[in-house]
Design a binder for this molecule. Sequence first.
Ligand code: ADP
Ligand code: MG
Length: 619
Amino acid sequence: MPIRRLPEEIVNQIAAGEVVERPASALRELVENALDAGALRIEVELGRGGKDLLVVSDDGSGIPKDEIPLALERHATSKLESVGDLERIATLGFRGEALPSIASVSRFRILSRAAGEDVGWELQVEGGRKSALTPKPSPPGTRVEVSGLFYNTPARRKFLKTDSTELSQCVDLLGRLALVRPRVGFSLRQGGQALLEAPPTDDPIERAAAVLGKAARGNIFPFLWEGEAAGEPIRWEGLLGSPELLSRTASSIYLFVNSRPIRDRSLAHAVQSAYREVLVERKYPTVALNLSIDPASVDVNIHPTKSEVRFRAPQALYGSLLQALSGALEEAPWSPAARSSRGAEERLPQDLSARQERIEEALASYQARGKPGGGYWGGRGGQAPAAAAALRSQYALESAGEASAPASHGGQVRVPGAAREEGKFFSGLDLVGQFHNEYLLCQDGRALYLIDQHAAHERVLYESLRASALSEGGRKSQMLLVPEVLELSAARALSLLEARGRLARLGFDLDEYGSGAILVRAVPGALSGRPVARLLEDAAGDLSEHGGTQAGERAIEELCARVACHGVVRGPTALSPEQARSLLLQMDSIGFAAHCPHGRPVAREFSLADIERMFKRVL
Ligand code: ADP
Ligand code: MG
C-alpha cells in the first residue's frame, strides 16, 4: 500500500482512541471545558451510564457564533497562544482535541450562547459531517449533547462495561471535580434520578458531605499547609478523613494539582505513610488534597487523558506532603490527645454537668473507703520481677528501660481521658480483670477502660523497635542457624544495603550476596523462628521506591510496624495480674498512642457519662 495522508475523520477517531476511553472520560473533557469557561453551575444528564446519552450544560462564557465550528476543528483552542504557554498551563484543557475527538465517535450537538448575543447557535456533527449553524433560544452558556457514544466504532463500544459501572465512573469523576470546587454547583441525573447534587457553597465540608456522603460531615476536617518544596512556595490544602472513614481501595485518596484531578502513586504513598498510625492494614484513608504550585513546575502534557502529571521536584513534594500531613494528623480532632483536652464536661449538656460532679464526688469517696478496684484480681500488687520476666519471654515483650531509652520522641503520653500525670496513666489504673483472655479491664473511678492486650503489646514493641532504629544503640538479634538468601531486583537489593546501618540497629544482619541477592544472617529477637523474607522484600520495595531520607525513615517505621505485628503472640492468652500490670507499665514507658501500629485502637474509654447514657440514667 502506498503511503497516504489519513482523512480527517480517521485522524479524529484515532485521537479519540486515546482521549475518549469511556463515557466518564468524555464527561471529564466536557466538564473541564465548562470549568475553563468559568461556569458556576454545571448540570449533567446521562442515559445508560453515558453510553446512550451524555449532556453537559453550563452557564459559562459560551462560544461566539463564528468560533463554534472552529471549536470542532482539531488543534483549535482558545487556551494557548505560544509555546511558552504550554510550559505553564493554567487551564484544564489545552490541546484542542477533545471536542473533535468526541464528535468523531458519537452523534454530537453543541449549543452555545456567548455574552452579548441574545440567542444561542447550534451545530451538529454526525459521521464527521458538520451541519450548518442554526439559531436556537438558549440561556447564556453552553450545552453539549453526546448520544450513541462509539456507535460508529462497534469494537470500542463492546469494551464498555455494564451501564451501572459506567454510571458509577461518571458519578465518581464528577464528584472528584466537584470536591475541590465548592463554589461551583454540580448535579448529575439519570432518568430523573439525582445521583449527585452539590449546590454551590462556601463550606468545603458541606461539599464533601454532598460528594462523599453525610458520614463525612463529622469525620472530615479542613487542612492547610503552606511552605516550600525545592525552594518554591507551595500550598497543600484539603480535607482529612478520620479513621471512621476508611476505605477498602485507594480511590478514596483524592489528589489534585492546581485543582486538576490526578493520579500519583508517590503522593498517595505519602498519604498512606502519614496515616499509618491510625490505619488498619489494607485500608485507605479518605483524603482530598489539592497542591497549589507554579504551573511551570508541573508538566501536565504527559498523559492522553491528563490524569497523570510530572513534577519538577517529586521527592521534595513527597517530603513536604508527608511532613505537612504528619503534623496535621497529630493535631487531628480524633487523635486521643486532642480529644482528651476537650474534657468530659464539655461533651455533656450544661444542666447535666452538676449531676455528673456529684456522682464523681460520691465515687471518689467510695473509692477512698474501700477500693472497688478489687475485681477478680484483688488489690494492686507490685510488679514481681520474676513474673515480669515470665511475661517478657511469653510475650517477647521488651523491657521498659530499653523501650523508653530515647525519651526524645515526644514523651507526650497520648492517653484516653483527661490529661494525667505524665507517664503514669495506664499503670495508675485499677485492674478490674481480664475479659476473654484478650482484653484488660481497668478503671479509675471516672471511666472504664478496655485495653486490647495484643494491640497494646504490638504498640509497645513497635515503639521500642522504632526507638532503637532511630537511635544509636543496637538491639538483640537472633542469628539464623541457616542464613536465608533473598532474591531481589538489583535496585531493591541496593536500597536494602544502603539502609543496612539502620536495619542493623533493629537487629537485622544483612550482607551482599551477588547482584540482586541479600544474605540474611540475623533477625530481630522478636522475629526469631518467623518468616522474614516477605517483610524484607516489602521494606526493600518501599525503600527503593521512595529514596530520600524522610521517606526512607517511613519505610523503616513501616518495617518496625511489621516486625511488631509478627512479633506478637496472637490468640487469647491468660495473663496473671502481675503480667497485666507489667504490660500497663510498659505502655506508660513509651510515647503512647491509642492505636496499634496498624491502626487498631489499643484502648477504649467508657466515661461514666457514656455508661449512664447507656443505661438511660441521663438522656
Ligand atoms: P481545549 O479544551 O483543549 O481547548 P476542546 O476541544 O475541549 O479543546 O475545546 C475547544 C475550544 O472550544 C476550547 O478551547 C474553548 O474555547 C471552546 N469550548 C469548548 N467547550 C466550551 C464550553 N463549555 N464553554 C465555552 N467554551 C468552550
Ligand atoms: Mg477541553
